[in-house]
Design a binder for this molecule. Structure first.
Ligand code: GCV
Length: 716
């Protein structure tokens, strides 16, 4: 009776709204309200026995104990002797019980990081075995087990085997040493460089726990627009302190390497990658880094892109640059992630084509420990982009995917946008490189070309805000990135379901409503920002809000007018063979999908065609009418999201309910702003009215053009 009262009290507290800042992410471990389920869990979990002595086992044990105690509302102790109805976790080497179970077959497919969870018997005792080949796999298994409980699944007859499909599952922080986060919308950088190495914020530990729980095994601490200072002793001591926190959680630390570091901090006259002195400098620097961080992961490099220095400053190519760094880290087992996000203003070429043009000829020229990191989309993380043609063009080079988790072009910190459907759309796209079924996912997980290494990176949306990501639902994007990097066959719906149940509650009515909001949110944003294949029409610099009229920025391809090409005839960028012919960079089957204006899938239409305003769309509307329809339906969707969120009020704590409600109201305003500003501007070209029946813009185009946001967050 007392216990029941305690649980009710805890539940009431957790719904009182006082403690629900969102800090606990999806690792809440609140008491499970379903008593029957708790009884069933209790019957299977009388104790726990974890074998192994590593730091990883010790953090995994702590997590398991805390998780179980929180959810079951009782004390859980670890024992050395296995008791009936208990959890036994370990590797065949660390645990006699695990090695005595017939798990060899499953473990053979688990690799270094995978795990097996089975309900079985050992010496007549009922146990749940969490087994792996390494301690890190045991830890991942424990997090998976806790997820089963948090999502309230049965643990009566478990038979699970899971291994990551992608080897490097990495977050990229665009965090500067002064704590400004480029494209960050959640406060300052979580790395408090000034207080490191002496002060270890609890947040670093919770960051590591959260990442480990979703399988993220690498973090690049610093911005790709890099500062060489991070490679100096003063900062390496700080980096080492963070690496020490992350190590038990299976997370390696990586740094961005400024290509001109040999000059800036090495006092050399050149950074030419083929200069023997420069090569030696990098080797020495890397040796030094490994004295601080013995398991340092390696470098991420942005070179010859947007003003960053690179090998081309010395008439060398990207392979020359990447290979010099790769040679330096290779003896230590390090890797180089070299970004393909390059475009040059000097080349009067469609920006869409430039990365392919520069990198395709280098296929096969990179050292074995180099991965080329390709941004999602040939332009730049737009709300919807066709997949980068590079994914179908470099069979001899491991290609990493770089997704944007932070919402630079996706409503930044104020819009609820669940990105998993966007990630999935790209991962499932078919490159046709080796015939039908050559999906982007198979390219990046290495199975299509049999790469020995593979990777997926996400530009982090994490900051110093109490709820980590600014918008509470931004957490779902961090979560989705990790889960998809582990297993890209998971559906967006499964991931949303998991995240919601762990982050809020398992009430079916709440889950159904919130899931509907999440699953429709990306399409809603595309509709009110860049429908039908429009792209890069955001405000200059900060990229906040619409500015399709901008035509005065120094570089042609930093101007929205470059991308939409609206004129009196129509709108859109002709990338067929009558235009820039970017389509030729894809396999013939992909070209076929997009090349005909009448059959091109409409979500991509204006990516590939300049289309007449009166072109007949599949709906029977003209292009202009369809554009209006999309913009209006985008706003309608946000209003529906607002209404739906209202209905979950009784099922969500006050603090988080109000947080989301207020932001949805901001989102509605921003969606209306996007719709009105874009339609009023495009109307100056189409000369057609916004069809009657739609609410008409309540401001003039001049008004929208006059808006300015000098302090919009995240600007570079
Ligand atoms: C880190 C876009 C962004 C920049 C970013 C760059 C990149 O241009 O606006 O902030 O710089 O991409 O990915 O390197």
């Amino acid at each position: 009776m007392k216990k029941a009262l305690l649980i009710i009290l805890m539940l009431t507290l957790s719904f009182s709204g006082k403690t629900e800042s969102g800090y606990r992410l999806w690792l809440r471990y609140d008491p499970i309200p379903n008593r029957q389920l708790v009884t069933s869990y209790n019957n299977s979990i009388s104790g726990i026995t974890l074998s192994g002595t590593s730091g990883t086992i010790s953090v995994a044990k702590e997590e398991l104990i805390n998780g179980l105690q929180g959810m079951l509302g009782r004390k859980v102790v670890a024992t050395t002797a296995v008791i009936n109805n208990s959890i036994v976790a370990g590797t065949p080497t660390s645990s006699n019980i695990i090695s005595s179970l017939a798990l060899q077959q499953q473990l053979a497919t688990a690799g270094n990081e995978g795990f097996v969870i089975v309900t079985t018997k050992s010496n007549g005792k009922n146990i749940i075995a969490i087994a792996a080949n390494n301690d890190v796999g045991v830890m991942y298994g424990i997090f998976h087990f806790l997820r089963l409980l948090q999502t309230q699944q049965s643990i009566k007859a478990l038979n699970i085997a899971s291994a990551p499909k992608i080897k490097l599952r990495v977050l990229n922080h665009w965090d500067n040493l002064n704590r400004h986060v480029e494209r960050g919308y959640a406060g300052a950088s979580i790395w408090d460089w000034h207080k490191l190495p002496g002060y270890i914020d609890q947040r670093y530990i919770d960051y590591a726990r959260a990442n480990a729980s979703i399988g993220i095994n690498g973090t690049v601490l610093t911005n790709v627009n890099a500062n060489a200072l991070v490679l100096t002793k003063q900062y390496l001591e700080k980096v080492a302190a963070l690496a020490k926190v992350f190590r038990p959680y299976g997370i390696k630390v990586y740094l961005t390497a400024r290509f001109s570091a040999p000059i800036e901090i090495g006092k050399l006259k050149t950074a030419d990658p083929l200069d023997p002195q420069v090569q030696q400098w990098w080797k020495d620097k890397v040796n030094e880094i490994y004295t601080y961080v013995p398991d340092f992961g390696g470098f991420l490099v942005k070179a010859n892109s947007e003003g960053q220095p690179g090998p081309q400053n010395y008439n060398r190519n990207h392979a020359d640059g990447a290979n010099t760094l790769a040679d330096a880290v290779a003896p230590h087992g390090g890797i180089v992630m070299w970004r393909a996000f390059v475009y040059s203003n000097e080349t009067p070429e469609d920006r869409f084509k430039q990365a392919y043009n520069e990198f395709k000829p280098l296929d096969g020229k990179f050292k074995k420990n180099v991965l080329i990191q390709v941004k999602n989309g040939p332009i730049d993380f737009q709300p919807r982009e066709p997949f980068s043609p590079l994914f179908g063009a470099m069979p001899q080079t491991p290609l990493m995917m770089e997704f944007q988790v932070t919402q630079e072009y996706l409503g930044q910190g104020t819009n609820l946008v669940y990105e998993a459907p966007m990630f999935k759309e790209v991962l499932d796209a078919d490159t046709y490189q080796k015939g039908k079924g050559s999906t982007v996912a198979k390219v990046i997980d290495g199975t299509l070309h049999d790469y020995s290494t593979s990777g997926l990176a996400g530009v982090a949306n994490i900051g110093s805000d109490i709820n980590w990501t600014g918008h509470l639902f931004g957490q779902s994007n961090w979560y989705a990135l990790g889960r998809l990097a582990w297993d890209h066959t998971l559906t967006s719906e499964q991931i949303a379901d998991e995240w919601l149940k762990q982050t809020f509650n398992t009430n079916p009515s709440f889950i159904n409503t919130a899931k509907r909001i999440m699953l429709g949110s990306h399409e809603a944003l595309v509709n009110y920002m860049t429908p039908l294949g429009l792209h890069h029409i955001m405000g200059t610099g900060h990229h906040y809000g619409p500015a399709p009229w901008v035509s005065n920025v120094g570089r042609a391809d930093w101007n929205p007018v470059y991308y939409h090409k609206a004129d009196e005839k129509g709108i859109g960028f002709d990338r067929t063979n009558k235009g820039s012919n970017a389509l030729a960079q894809y396999a013939p089957e992909v070209q076929k999908q997009f090349e005909d204006v009448n059959t091109c899938p409409e979500p991509y239409l204006l990516w590939f065609h300049h289309v007449a305003w009166d072109h007949k769309m599949k709906s029977g509307r003209t292009l202009w009418e369809e554009l209006c329809h999309k913009y209006y339906s985008g706003v309608d969707s946000v209003r529906s999201m607002q209404k739906a969120w209202e209905t979950v009020k009784p099922m969500v704590d006050k603090e988080r309910f109000e947080h989301v409600k207020m932001l949805l109201a901001v989102q509605e305003k921003e969606a209306v702003w996007w719709r009105n500003a874009c339609l009023l501007y495009f109307q100056t070209h189409s000369k057609m009215p916004i069809p009657g029946g739609y609410e008409q813009p309540n401001q003039t185009l001049e008004y929208y053009k006059s808006l300015s946001f000098p302090f919009a967050p995240g600007n570079g």
